[in-house]
Ligand binder design. Structure first.
Ligand code: AHR
Length: 513
């Protein structure tokens, strides 16, 4: 049995929960768009081809903002190819994912879907093969009310009202040698500065995200942010972070401690952004947009999903299956801890997008002409999006530790918490990263009079399954939430026992003490 003690205090808060932390990502990649969110002719599709079964799950997931259209895809994309009459749109080769893009789905289709899904759009511009002109023209096309060539073209193409997109990414992963149009930090910083300036001249109300590092292990990490923000500080509002984690070579301990890497990454970027602020005598803060994060079994990339040559992939195909990871309980526990890390840093991480939404490393799977269902990682996201309301509470945690090869010792129990004064509830998000032992957790609630436990749910390996079990088309609900029974409040302390390898949420009614 492991043990952990967590103390929260009503007066010690991090800040309000940013709703944009519960973002997702739709890229023109594999089957995320085609046969994911969009499949004309599917029995569940509406008159626009949007799959209602997938939309229902997106709604249940509680997604607030969706980044689009890439990803690596955007760095070779002409946004103009995706607007206008569908039968006149060009078919193009997408070099990023080695597929044929039909352009049957583009900005108008995405905006219509986003409206139906009730999510904010986060649009990325191509700073790989294109630049200032295409970026500012896209802002004019999307956001200008009318009376100019581009805004009237939007109207002619069926959208009388502007899309009014507030959030814009200045390119994608421009630090990565794999990126089409990859640049040095100086090259990218200057381009982002000028593109951002030109975009703001068209619509001053937009918010801009500069590309940061593609992960903390990039050789340019730190120096990249420093140089890019040196050029763009006055123009942008956010700097991006991307990170994917996987269980590699049987090192499950390091994998379970992935949240430690995320904490270090976030804190490193805050430190760098604040150093640029101090050096440049700027008053504003640059906040963080963690606009790609998830578990991704990238080592399989060269194997099943992405064979190295185009011939081995069977040539150029339309929406092939690419990186369709099927997630187990360990993955869900890690996703829960990554969400904890994002929430604990909610004073500086203003936006976060789990990558991606459907089929491609996603919480939702769908089959062409078939069903859509939830993966294990669906649950921590859905519950946190639903229940993390009000203020983020600062935690003081003392936990038993476990050893990892990558990060040294890490806490067995990982947590985050919020307090919503309006509905009078504290929500606790707890993970037991121990593979073998259950964890006894005591949460001291200072400044609160604890009342009834309103909800207590658990995700763990079900009876008769092993930790590699997943939800599949023929067994869609194998991994899901069950009641957490071993939980009670006693005076000012909540006590819970979490089984080995589990994630849990407890919602508690409270009054101010
Ligand atoms: O989400 C999959 C890919 O991961 C994105 O296209 C890219 O930005 C990242 O490397």
């Amino acid at each position: 049995m492991s043990r952990a003690t967590i103390t929260v205090d009503r007066d010690f808060t991090v800040g309000p929960v940013p709703r944009r932390l519960f973002g997702s990502f739709v890229e023109h990649m594999g089957r995320c768009v085609y046969t994911g969110i969009y499949e004309p002719g599917h029995p569940e599709a509406d008159e626009n081809g949007y799959r209602n079964d997938v939309l229902a799950l997106v709604n249940e997931l509680g997604v607030s903002v969706v980044r689009y259209p890439g990803g690596n895809f955007v760095s070779g994309y002409n946004w103009e190819d995706g607007v206008g009459p569908v039968d006149q749109r060009p078919r193009r080769l997408d070099g990023a994912w080695h597929t044929v893009e039909t352009n049957a789905f583009g900005l108008h289709e995405f905006a219509g879907w986003a409206k139906k899904a009730n999510v904010e759009i986060m649009e990325a511009v191509n700073l790989g093969t294109r630049g200032v002109e295409a970026a500012r023209e896209l802002v004019e096309y999307a956001n200008h009310p009318g009376g100019t060539y581009l805004s009237d073209l939007r109207k002619k193409n069926g959208a009388a009202d502007p899309f009014d997109i507030k959030l814009w990414c200045l390119g994608n992963e421009m630090d990565g040698p794999w990126q089409i149009g990859h640049k040095t930090a100086d090259e990218y910083g200057r381009l982002a500065q000028e593109a951002g300036k030109a975009m703001r001249l068209i619509d001053p109300s937009i918010e801009l995200v500069a590309c940061g590092s593609s992960n903390r292990g990039m050789p340019t990490f730190g120096a990249w942010e420093q140089t890019v923000l040196g050029h763009t500080y006055d123009v942008v509002d956010y700097v991006s972070l991307h990170a994917y984690y996987e269980e590699k070579d049987g090192d499950y301990a390091s994998f379970l401690a992935s949240g430690v890497d995320m904490d270090l990454f976030i804190e490193g970027v805050i430190a760098t952004a604040d150093a640029v602020r101090a050096k440049g005598k700027h008053s504003k803060h640059i906040n963080l947009s963690f606009d790609e994060w998830n578990v991704w079994y990238a080592t399989a990339r060269e194997g099943d999903d992405m064979p190295a040559t185009i011939e081995a992939r069977g040539g150029w195909n339309v929406h092939p299956r690419i990186i369709e990871d099927h997630y187990n309980v360990t993955d869900a526990v890690v996703v829960g801890t990554l969400l904890n890390s994002l929430l604990r840093h909610g004073d500086r991480v203003a936006i976060a997008n789990q990558a991606q939404l459907v089929n491609v490393i996603a919480p939702i799977l769908s089959e062409e002409n078939g069903p859509a269902w939830r993966q294990s990682i669906f649950w921590p996201f859905a519950r946190m999006s639903e229940l993390a309301r009000g203020e983020i509470l600062r935690l003081s945690t003392t936990s038993d530790r476990f050893e990892t090869a990558k990060y040294g010792d890490a806490d067995v129990v990982d947590a985050s918490a919020t307090w919503d004064e309006e509905n009078g509830k504290v929500a606790l998000f707890l993970a037991n990263r121990g593979l073998d032992d259950s964890a006894e957790i005591a949460v001291n609630l200072r400044g609160f009079d604890a009342g009834r436990i309103a909800r207590a749910e658990l995700l763990t390996v079900p009876e008769g399954a092993d930790r590699f079990a997943t939800n599949e088309q023929n067994e869609q609900d194998r991994l899901g939430l069950t009641p957490l029974t071993d939980v009670a409040v006693d005076g000012g302390t909540l006590r819970a026992t979490l089984p080995a390898l589990s994630w849990a949420v407890v919602e508690l009614e409270v009054a101010k003490a």
